[in-house]
Design a binder for this molecule. Structure first.
Ligand code: F6R
Length: 600
């Protein structure tokens, strides 16, 4: 949520900042701004809307070799120009951008800034006003910065400019991600390495509650007490082509199309030299020792967790509970003697999940993060990590990360099963290969999905997804995809549950997308379809080879039943994509959302 960039060097900073913000737009896109150190002082440009709107008001002739920038996802205060970052203190000496939420900003305002007029409705402004106030009282900027950080409660990634200290960007973070990028004669700051790959691939990881002084000739990392810290940089292994759209009209379509390749990459990544599936022995030990697994996740990752439970229970025989992370930390169930916590998160930054990780670590429990982002907060802070190898996912709606999560969870379950002496009765590598081909077949049949979207969803205001057993969980994901990008009200239901109330919403023509890929319940789900059809619904049945009946809208190629979610979700992703296109929605950047939800 919110993206930060900074540049200090010899070139004009404007274009580097704007390009960086464009790469961070996935983190928030309701308003944006940059501040550029410009000879005599600091010039701020900010605007409501996208980076393109900001770009349109940035004056070409403002030149400055130091600058900071921000793209916002509003938490405190409406998304408008005044609340957009950067913010400045009263005399405009200090200029600051912030990502995160300051939980005690009211208290700080009351206790320290009662006499200081505020311009915006944001929690951020108190930070810059407080630094300004401490400096007026006689502190140096570094002292004021450090004292202010010590007073803040909540999450932050901050970059600060001082009009009187030309050659410095002051930087700090707590819980929110922030990196410093290193160059020859320049250095940069970014919420995500992607933003600054345009100028460097060498980055320094920052830890919570450090003060970082960024100058063009070097970077100094200090503790809050002023002691110097030595840290080695790392090289970001991201290919520029992974983060460009290429010839695709939308990232979402590109990422849907990448799924077969991602499947193959995951199989390779988790195979040893004898083509045997392997995971790190310490992770296997953690699973072996656990008497119960708690999967913690949000949104699409939660939906992947529901299927992960099926894999771990049905393949490896370990009991699993799946929890929405925003609830779990505040309403913890009774825990068993030796639980293992598995955090599933594409970004590895989701604050709701992190608050659980912090709590269960305090309780002394073991944790494993399954994430797409190496070095992300949830990965760094958990005991173990399994990577998804899906490549950067830029579209806000998660697609390839979801199927990658399912594939990695299936591998985790299969390897654990083997270690426990359980014979699965099938070869997972072979079956995942069949899945990759079946996904490709869906991708190659896009016109059919476009046809379904236009036949069932072009005018409707709502839509239901039904399924039983694992199809129910895939339906939940299908509904989330459709609602988040097309704004059609969509809900996923267990097929048998509709009749207990929700069936009252079925009207003449209501689209009901039913999944029928599970043999044991094929007759049941078809019975549920008849129930809604009898009340006027317009059913669209997606079945699997061997279970199909005349009149089904789509028949998926046969894959192992446990792995059918990996295939069944793909038409739902594509149908949602086309439904959103037909409605002229901004597919990659749906309203009110952000890719990385770093606030609770
Ligand atoms: C929906 C979507 C979200 C995320 C959720 C958790 O398409 O992407 O529901 O799944 O915000 O994010 P991660 O997986 O990064 O923890």
């Amino acid at each position: 949520m919110c993206g930060i960039v900074g540049y200090i060097g010899e070139n004009d900073s404007k274009e580097i900042l704007l390009k960086g913000l464009e790469k961070l737009e996935y983190r928030g896109y309701d308003s944006a701004g940059i501040a550029v150190r410009n000879g005599s002082g600091i010039t701020v440009f900010k605007e409501k809307g996208r980076i393109a709107d900001l770009r349109a008001i940035v004056e070409e002739d403002v030149f400055g070799t130091t600058g900071i920038g921000h793209t916002r996802w509003a938490t405190h205060g409406k998304p408008n120009r005044v609340n957009a970052h950067p913010h400045q203190n009263g005399n405009e000496r200090f200029t600051l951008v912030h990502n995160g939420v300051i939980e005690n900003y009211h208290h700080i305002q009351r206790d320290y800034l009662a006499d200081v007029p505020m311009e915006s409705d944001t929690d951020t402004e108190i930070i810059v006003q407080l630094i300004g106030k401490f400096v007026e009282e006689g502190m140096t900027t570094e002292e004021a910065f450090s004292k202010t950080l010590g007073l803040l409660k909540g999450s932050y990634a901050i970059a600060l400019l001082d009009a009187e200290e030309e050659e410095t960007i002051f930087v700090a973070k707590n819980k929110s991600p922030l990196l410093v990028g290193l160059g020859e004669g320049f250095n940069v700051v970014a919420s995500d390495a992607m933003a600054m790959l345009q100028v460097t691939d060498k980055f320094l990881e920052l830890m919570d509650k450090e003060i970082v002084i960024v100058r063009k000739e070097g970077v100094e990392i200090l503790t809050l007490e002023g002691e110097s810290i030595n840290r080695q940089p790392f090289t970001a292994e991201i290919d520029m082509s992974d983060i460009e759209k290429g010839t695709y009209p939308h990232y979402m379509l590109k990422e849907i199309d990448e799924q077969p390749a991602v499947m193959r990459k995951i199989i390779q990544a988790y195979q040893d030299e004898n083509d045997k599936l392997v995971i790190q022995p310490e992770i296997l030990d953690a699973l072996q020792e656990a008497d119960r697994i708690h999967i913690i996740a949000a949104g699409t990752s939660y939906h992947a967790g529901l299927i992960g439970k099926e894999y771990l229970e049905k393949m490896a025989g370990i009991p699993v509970e799946v929890h929405v992370s925003s609830e779990f930390g505040y309403n913890m169930p009774l825990l068993s003697e030796k639980p293992l916590f598995i955090f599933i998160s594409q970004s590895g930054e989701t604050a709701d999940s992190r608050q659980v990780l912090v709590k269960i670590k305090e309780l002394g429990h073991t944790s494993l993060t399954i994430t797409n982002v190496a070095g992300s907060t949830l990965s760094r802070e958990a005991d173990h990590t399994l990577l998804l190898y899906a490549g950067p996912e830029i579209a806000v709606a998660s697609t390839k990360a979801y199927t990658a999560q399912l594939a990695v969870l299936s591998i985790l379950a299969a390897v654990t099963a083997e270690a426990r002496g359980i014979d699965l009765g099938f070869n997972l590598v072979q079956e995942l290969g069949i899945v990759a081909n079946a996904i490709q077949a869906q991708i190659d049949a896009k016109e059919e999905m476009e046809q379904i979207a236009s036949e069932f969803l072009s005018t409707t205001r709502n839509c239901f997804f039904i399924g039983r057993v694992m199809d129910y969980f895939v339906g939940l994901e299908g509904a989330l995809k459709l609602k988040e990008i097309s704004y059609i009200q969509a809900e996923g239901f267990a097929g048998g549950e509709l009749k207990h109330g929700t069936i009252a919403l079925i009207e003449e023509g209501t689209p009901v997308i039913a999944l029928a890929t599970q043999e044991a319940v094929n007759l049941n789900i078809r019975g549920n379809v008849k129930e809604v059809a009898a009340r006027g619904a317009n059913p669209c049945i997606i079945s699997m080879e061997g279970l199909q009946e005349a009149g089904d809208s789509l028949v998926l190629p046969k894959v192992h039943e446990l792995l059918s979610p990996l295939v069944a979700v793909v038409p739902l992703q594509l149908i949602s994509y086309f439904a959103a296109l037909h409605r002229d929605c901004d597919v990659d950047k749906p309203r009110n959302l952000a890719k990385s939800v770093t606030v609770e």
